[in-house]
Structures are given as structure tokens and as C-alpha cells.
Design a protein around this ligand. Structure first.
Ligand code: SF4
Ligand code: SF4
Length: 304
């Protein structure tokens, strides 16, 4: 199982409600998107399939006749004039009633449709670049409902005495030092967090966040250096903490959709900000206390 498949598997494992929304992917978040395909100008040359390194495309030997009939012929026309003439003719001849996709007779070249497997696609854009007919576009959208499918809501469990259990990723350069400073200053913050030290907040992988959730933690907190002060990029918009902020915002929208809203947060503190680190942790613990125990605890109880 490759990394993408593992991530999707974990997403399915932690989902506690069926998602309904197709999500916008922030500009800086790479690797997630949707291929939009126009079948009308497609000559089934297979160049997109050859360009795709992860086998996220295939040919389906049916003609999407409804799309032909609904097609708007571009001002400059399609590159294939034969195809354009055929579509115009079909549109002229169309009578009343439903039109279905039709199978392509064996041996008839140039007709069929490209199918796209959202769960395999890494949004590399190579198929778009390879298509000579401009049939494909990569859009910054993530089709979560297709990826997750229907979700069986786990049973709720009654917990009489509960304290949130939270994983807090701390970057080695700043937020870990801020946590240390908080200790030296004898500042008290709730003992609900377990810190995991990482070289940079940007190094926290989504799969690590999912694994924590999968194991029943009630929330995940990612902390890093102040924005514009990342030790691996400074004020570069591609610095680790800027990138992670965009990633976390994306995963927060995913968490909302799958029933884990509010359980993921990112914040920032410099090495000298022991007080701020204490506030960040305290506020997040209070938030999780209000939301309640992870619904995945019910699922884990059934599985054990
Ligand atoms: S964007 Fe990349 S991974 Fe996705 S279908 Fe196209 S070539 Fe394949
Ligand atoms: S989508 Fe483009 S590259 Fe792919 S088969 Fe159709 S015409 Fe060829």
C-alpha cells in the first residue's frame, strides 16, 4: 500500500459521519485536486494515461452521448473538425427523450471516455499537459464524498470521568523551547497533552495526525515558530510553518466533514513565549472539554 492509499485508508478509519461537501484545496497545498474531463473533444489517444505515473486514469469504451448533445462548441471550434461536425449534426438531429451513453463497437478507434480514479490521483497535472485536445483540467477541489463513501456512525459510549487526551506536536526550534520555558517559569497548563518533538512544524505529516486520531486521542495540536520566523525558511511563504498552516486549515475542513470538527488546531510561539505556549495549550484543552470525548472511542471499544 503506498502513502496515498494509507492516508485514504486512515481517513476512512477515522470518519464518523458521511461527508457531503467537495472541499476547496488551498493554493499552497499540493497533491490534492480533481480532474475535470470534457469527453466531446477527446480522441481517445491515451496520451493522458501514458503520462499518469500512478494509474489514476483509464479508458471506458462508452461514448458519453449526453455530453456530446450538451456540448458548447468553443468559438474557435474543436481541433478535430470531424468531431465538431459530428457533434453539431447530433445536436441538430436530437429529438425528444433521454439519451444514454452508448458502447463503442469493437475496432472503432477514436471513441470512448477517460475515467479518473480520485483516490489514486496525486494532482501532478501531467495528464493535463499531455492532452493535445485540451480535454482535461486540474481543479483545486477534493472530492471527499467519493473518497470516503458512506460512513457507519460508531456507537456513542458513556464516559463518566473523562479528561481530554491530546497530542501536541512541538517544533524543535521554538515551541519545544517555549514549553520548556513555561516549565522553568512554573507556569501551569493542563496535563492533558503529550508532546511529540519534530524538527519543524512543517514536518508533521497528515498521516501522523490521522494515526493519532485513529488511536482515540481527543485532539491534535500542532505548534511551531512564529510566522515569518521559521528556522527553515524565515518569511518565505513556502517556509515550514506557513505551509503547515495551510495544510492544517485544509485538514480542519476535512475533519469538519467527517465528524471531527474542532479537534485539530495549529498555533505559534517563539522560544521566549512560555506564557503564550501555556495559553495555547489551555485554550485548546478547554475547547476539547467543551466538544467532548472523541467519537472514535466508541468505535475502538466495539473493535476491542
Ligand atoms: S493529475 Fe497526475 S496523478 Fe492525477 S490523473 Fe493526472 S497524471 Fe494522474
Ligand atoms: S483526454 Fe486528451 S490525452 Fe486523454 S485520451 Fe482524450 S484526447 Fe487523449
Amino acid at each position: 500500500m503506498d502513502k496515498r492509499e494509507r492516508l485514504i485508508q486512515k481517513l476512512r478509519n477515522i470518519a464518523v459521519q458521511t461527508p457531503t461537501a467537495i472541499l476547496e484545496v488551498p493554493e499552497k497545498v499540493e497533491g490534492f485536486g480533481s480532474i475535470k474531463y470534457r469527453p466531446e473533444p477527446c480522441s481517445v489517444c491515451k496520451k493522458c494515461i501514458e503520462a499518469c505515473e500512478v494509474e489514476a486514469l483509464d479508458i471506458d469504451f462508452t461514448v458519453q452521448l449526453p455530453a456530446y448533445l450538451d456540448a458548447t462548441i468553443p468559438e474557435g471550434g474543436f481541433r478535430s473538425k470531424n468531431r465538431e461536425t459530428l457533434i453539431s449534426l447530433l445536436q441538430t438531429l436530437k429529438g425528444e427523450g433521454d439519451v444514454q451513453a452508448i458502447s463503442v463497437p469493437t475496432g472503432l478507434a477514436g471513441y470512448g471516455s477517460v475515467v479518473w480514479f480520485t483516490e489514486k490521483c496525486i494532482a501532478c497535472n501531467k495528464c493535463v499537459e499531455a492532452c493535445p485536445e485540451d480535454c482535461l483540467d486540474l481543479e483545486k477541489q477534493y472530492d471527499l464524498p467519493t473518497i470516503i463513501g458512506d460512513v457507519v456512525t460508531p456507537p456513542s459510549i458513556s464516559i463518566t470521568e473523562w479528561e481530554p487526551f491530546i497530542i501536541c506536536f512541538v517544533c524543535w526550534e521554538c515551541s519545544h523551547a517555549a514549553a520548556d520555558l513555561a516549565g522553568l517559569m512554573h507556569l501551569h497548563y493542563p496535563a492533558n497533552i503529550r508532546t511529540v518533538r519534530v524538527p519543524c512544524s512543517g514536518a508533521v505529516e497528515p498521516i501522523q495526525i490521522m494515526t493519532a486520531m485513529e488511536n482515540g486521542v481527543d485532539g491534535v495540536l500542532v505548534t511551531g515558530c512564529l510566522l515569518s520566523e521559521c528556522h527553515y525558511g524565515g518569511d518565505d511563504p513556502l517556509a515550514g510553518n506557513f505551509m503547515q498552516q495551510d495544510f492544517v486549515h485544509f485538514w480542519q475542513s476535512v475533519f469538519e466533514e467527517i465528524g471531527l470538527g474542532g479537534r485539530l488546531h495549529i498555533d505559534f510561539a517563539s522560544a521566549a513565549m512560555g506564557i503564550r505556549f501555556t495559553e495555547i495549550v489551555t485554550e485548546f484543552v478547554e475547547r476539547i472539554k467543551k466538544i467532548g470525548p472523541s467519537p472514535l472511542r466508541g468505535k475502538l471499544e466495539v473493535e476491542s
